[in-house]
Design a protein around this ligand. Structure first.
Ligand code: MG
Length: 369
């Protein structure tokens, strides 16, 4: 079997009312998705999504005509493209979807089949006041979630702590709580300085008091020494790595003793092929591997297959903050959204590949390139 064609399309939906993401100083009025389709000479099609595939054009010939199942070979070519141009890892996701369809097996099983499910944590995306945040937490719990991630970006971290404390007071121990400080994340126009180690340490002591499971991105993403010192001084788990760009940087985060939790995203870095190695490396060092998944439903599905199939993560991220970030918005490119069951688990099916179906009509209507 050979790869016959690779097609890339770009899509956009308008967000009205806008999505006020906590990590973006500008309200978001649109949401874009890039879809990669890889077709075999026998007519099977694998699909992927994530980054915009910047710089891929002109490199199709490095894949077309090759056996689609040579996934390690293809991942190394994608790594070389990322060295010169952009991150084109959605093609790796599409190749795994295709591999599953060729084999007639779901990707989680192709990867080893460690589990067919993972507990999902509700990853909120907006900033609410204490009462409204406690209401949202109640709603998550009622919908089946057993864990929730709260955003810190209200300007003064004491206001963030007040919102967190309101959730803990209302929900008690019904929800495991995580906190994302987003100090490693910057939009292109955002020039604010991240917290210092002493800032982060003050916050960490409050998170300990409120029994927070992990503290995410407490410092600049490159401050490995700071994360290590923070980790030594607090009992709360330190999480990082969602926008770490190179696979060797995960080794360096582990070597530095900087993290308890590693959060790479297969749709953004390394694909499934690269991150399955990171997952094994993390487990060998007693570090939890649990991906960032804030792209769209295809990205959630790909990371869920990887994590269930290879790792032993206690939770996986489930971006969901209605009405601002609804499943209808997040998964607009799919026929039906990726969703949890009544126990708060993401359960993967026996459907071949990644088990998702594109909504072709919607994709045609939203196509911008
Ligand atoms: Mg994050």
């Amino acid at each position: 079997m050979k790869i016959a064609a690779i097609e890339i399309s770009h899509h956009r939906i308008l967000l009205d009312p806008p999505f006020r993401a906590s990590w973006d100083t500008r309200p978001r009025t649109e949401f874009e998705a890039t879809v990669v389709r890889v077709t075999s000479d026998e007519g099977l099609v694998g699909v992927g999504s994530g980054d915009k595939m910047v710089g891929f054009e002109g490199h199709e010939h490095l894949f077309v005509g090759h056996d689609p199942l040579r996934l390690e070979r293809h991942a190394r070519v994608l790594d070389n493209i990322a060295f010169h141009y952009g991150r084109c890892w959605p093609l790796d996701l599409a190749l795994w979807d295709l591999a599953g369809k060729i084999a007639g097996l779901p990707v989680w099983k192709l990867l080893g089949g460690r589990s067919d499910r993972i507990s999902a944590y509700a990853s909120s995306g907006t900033l609410r006041g204490p009462d409204a945040l406690a209401d949202a937490a109640d709603a998550y719990s009622a919908r089946g979630f057993r864990a929730m991630k709260i955003r810190f970006h209200r300007g003064d971290w004491r206001d963030d702590i007040a919102a967190l404390a309101a959730v803990r007071a209302r929900l008690g121990d019904r929800l495991t709580l995580m906190v994302d400080c987003n100090q490693g994340w910057r939009m292109p126009w955002d020039t604010a300085a991240p917290w210092t180690l002493k800032d982060a340490l003050q916050v960490a002591r409050e998170l300990e008091r409120l029994d927070v499971y992990w503290m995410e991105e407490p410092l600049h993403r490159g401050d490995r020494a700071g994360m290590r010192r923070l980790r030594d001084r607090t009992d709360v788990r330190i999480a990082a790595g969602e926008m770490t760009r190179e696979l060797h940087e995960f080794r360096d985060l582990i070597d530095a003793g900087a993290v308890d939790i590693l959060q790479p995203d297969a749709a953004l870095v390394g694909g499934i092929t690269g991150l399955r190695c990171v997952a094994v490396m993390a487990e060998a060092h007693g570090i939890v591997f649990t991906p960032h998944t804030w792209t769209n439903g295809l990205g959630v599905a790909a990371n869920a297959h990887l994590t269930a199939g290879v790792a032993a993560a206690p939770f996986i991220e489930f971006p969901f903050d209605p009405p601002d970030w609804s499943l209808e918005r997040r998964d607009f490119l799919l026929e039906s959204p990726v969703d949890i069951d009544d126990n708060g688990d993401l359960v993967l099916s026996e459907a071949p590949g990644l088990g998702v179906t594109l909504d072709e009509e919607r994709l045609e209507a939203t196509r911008i390139g």
